[in-house]
Unconditional design. Structure first.
Length: 126
């Protein structure tokens, strides 16, 4: 699924991100999704499918539980989203782990290492 190219799709994706985050925070009662953060939404140009990227700070096992909880609550979240947004068709929701955060952290670490190696080292005094 490609990133939305139309301005309307980008606006709707941003609305979906905010509303899903609010639904997760205020409406869901599943403890598995309590610490989930919605990081991004990719929406197809026809507004039929929304890929929702989520992350947790609890570790790999908690991420698997959170994704299972989100899949279980997907129908409720979609119905609630349909009530909140004035769309002709409420998109199908696909919840996916966001891997951009750890990758960005790794890139920053590598850049810091390269920068540290490139700095001139002070010469020892005789």
């Amino acid at each position: 699924m490609a990133r939305a190219a139309y301005k309307r799709a980008v606006r709707v994706a941003d609305q979906i991100r905010m509303e899903v985050a609010d639904i997760l925070m205020r409406k869901t009662k599943d403890p598995r999704v309590g610490c989930v953060t919605v990081t991004d939404v990719e929406l197809t140009n026809d507004l039929r499918v929304a890929r929702i990227f989520v992350t947790t700070r609890e570790g790999a096992q908690h991420e698997a539980d959170a994704l299972a909880g989100l899949a279980n609550a997907g129908g409720f979240i979609r119905a609630e989203l349909g009530r909140r947004l004035n769309l002709r068709y409420t998109p199908d929701l696909i919840f996916q782990k966001d891997t951009a955060g750890p990758q960005a952290d790794r890139v920053l670490t590598l850049l810091e290492q390269v920068e540290a190696e490139a700095r001139p080292q002070p010469e020892p005094e005789p």
